[in-house]
Design a protein around this ligand. Structure first.
Ligand SMILES: [Zn+2]
Ligand SMILES: [Zn+2]
Length: 82
């Protein structure tokens, strides 16, 4: 059984909010690596929208988007955040 990290209330397995203090708890396990269970780290990375984006012109034209993803420090599993 998971417990609320804010007040210690026991929570049901699929609870999204703590019934006692009302805090959102849905992302407590969302950052865990699905492969090895290690806590994943958030990182910012650039994603090219066009093959020619990785040059100064690409930056100028806005062809590169900066996105967030989670990376497992142990097995390098990556999960994109939308
Ligand atoms: Zn709580
Ligand atoms: Zn992992």
């Amino acid at each position: 059984m998971p417990y609320c990290i804010y007040c210690g209330e026991e929570l049901s397995e699929d609870a999204k909010f703590c019934r006692k203090c009302g805090k959102q708890i849905s992302n407590q396990t969302a950052n865990m690596c699905p492969k090895c269970g290690t806590k994943m780290k958030k990182e910012i990375y650039s994603k090219a929208l066009h093959p020619f984006a990785f040059n100064p012109l690409g930056h100028a034209l806005g062809l590169i988007r900066y996105k967030e993803r989670l990376v497992c420090p142990k097995c390098k599993h990556k999960k994109e955040l939308e």
